[in-house]
Design a protein around this ligand. Structure first.
Ligand code: HAM
Length: 430
């Protein structure tokens, strides 16, 4: 019996037919994440892959798609309901509160690179396991925090050289504004209820705001005339949103105010944002986030507000591939090509010494002909090859070939490690 990977999942491999999800691309993106997180002083957190189901129900909301349709939920052997993490904000806050992190450091800025699990129909850009780079910034409400988080996300895409992105922003206001607007929206939608999609009809009763981001073409026609939440914000919410827009303008971050952007999770308050990318097709959201006042308190933590985002690494990589963004090739520094048994023994010993000196080294065993060895060295993109046969062992004069320049030099056996170390220092500088 042969096994196949379950639908909606994929392997990340160093080479093979799947050019999209190569380890090299993945590591390249992860390195950029680590660097940018350091530049903005966000600290990494890692939480477990599953949590108690109730955590997600309480935070994402019972009417959200995640809770309603997409969770991987199971009973453990003690019949407790557990769920594979569908998103990163709730587990982060659970860990933050449980470990009293507010007492240890300030400012409270965290990031994660984690797999998430959502049961949905797989398609381009939509997987059952996806990975997110997310950040969460807790603290007293200040629109500068919102601006910093949005700037970080846009800089991340910029460092990756992604093009054709649009930043959409909106405000869902505070609780008072939202409750007032819900009434106004319901009044408007009431007259169109029959013509709304089945999904939106259900949402009308459970969570009418979510109808605003329906993708159904008929719904969208109706929504063109829908009232805007921005006209129904109370004065503090309005002021907050205007201040954020003005900071973004001053920072030269272009944005589009999208009055129908509400996002699919219940915990958002005030600012919400999403970045779309035109090459991604129907799953065009590259990343999104927003402010969540009240969520930390709701999970029995201190009364802290917060703002964060999550961006899907798969979608980022798919955009890089579609836009032909080059990354450094995964190369090899030095490879030993021993041509006899004795040379294999010597090559093994020297390469071990080099590795202990933290020099990237490979040995190819069982190569009968030098030409074959050199072909393999080229395929591995090796910078140098050491050719070692009976003759070189006898004369104690080893051959080191610069594969790129097609030049070779002869080095006395006793100087070999020192010579390779010098070459390595030059190579590592580039
Ligand atoms: P989200 O919008 O549900 O937000 O997901 C964030 C990003 O994850 C999306 O923009 C998309 O790039 C990616 N994504 C989501 N689902 C899938 C999927 N099935 N396959 C591939 N990629 C996917 C959140 O999860 C919030 N926790 C973000 C946040 C953090 N808000 C505040 N802090």
């Amino acid at each position: 019996m042969s096994f196949q990977i379950p639908r909606g999942l994929f392997d990340i491999l160093p080479f093979g037919v799947n050019k999209k999800f190569t380890t090299a691309l993945w590591q390249y993106v992860e390195n950029i994440i680590k660097k940018i997180a350091k530049d903005y002083n966000f600290k990494e957190i890692r939480t477990p892959i599953f949590e108690r189901t109730e955590l997600f129900v309480r935070t994402s909301g019972e009417a959200s798609d995640i809770v309603n349709k997409e969770m991987y939920t199971f009973l453990d052997k003690s019949k407790r309901s557990m769920t594979l993490r569908p998103e990163g904000t709730a587990p982060f806050i659970r860990a933050f509160v449980e470990n009293n992190l507010a007492n240890f450091s300030y400012p409270l800025k965290f990031y994660y690179i984690e797999p998430m699990f959502r049961y949905d129909r797989p398609q381009k850009g939509r997987y059952r396991q996806h990975h997110q780079f997310g950040v969460e910034y807790l603290g007293n409400t200040s629109y500068y925090q919102d601006a910093e988080v949005i700037d970080l996300l846009m800089q991340f895409y910029k460092r990756l050289q992604l093009k054709n992105l649009t930043l959409h922003i909106n405000s869902v206001g505070d609780t008072e504004s939202r409750e007032n607007f819900k009434k106004v929206l319901k009044k408007f939608l009431q007259n169109h209820l029959k013509n709304l999609s089945k999904e939106s009809q259900k949402r009308f009763f459970k969570n009418p705001l979510r109808i605003l981001d329906s993708k159904d073409p008929e719904d969208q026609k109706i929504l063109k005339k829908a009232p805007s939440i921005l006209d129904h914000l109370n004065s503090p919410s309005k002021k907050y949103f205007e201040s954020l827009c003005s900071v973004l303008q001053k920072q030269n971050i272009p944005f589009n105010i999208n009055k129908n952007l509400v996002r699919g999770l219940d915990y958002y308050t005030h600012s919400v944002f999403e970045i779309t990318q035109e090459n991604l097709g129907s799953q065009n959201s590259l990343g999104g986030g927003g402010r969540y006042d009240g969520l930390v308190k709701n999970l029995k933590g201190p009364d802290l507000s917060g703002i964060g985002f999550g961006t899907g690494i798969e979608r980022v990589i798919e955009t890089m591939v579609t836009q032909n963004i080059p990354i450094e090739k995964d190369s090899l520094f030095i490879i030993f090509l021993p041509l006899c048994k004795k040379a294999e023994k010597i090559s093994f010993e020297i390469s071990t010494k080099l590795r202990h000196l933290q020099i990237q080294t490979e040995v190819l065993f069982n190569i009968k002909k030098i030409q074959k060895g050199l072909q393999k060295a080229s395929a591995l993109d090796a910078r140098y090859a050491v050719i070692l046969g009976e003759e070189e062992i006898q004369s104690k004069q080893w051959i080191i070939k610069n594969m790129e320049q097609r030049l070779q030099e002869t080095i006395d056996e006793k100087n070999i490690i020192a010579h390779i170390t010098t070459l390595w220092e030059d190579y590592a500088k580039i």
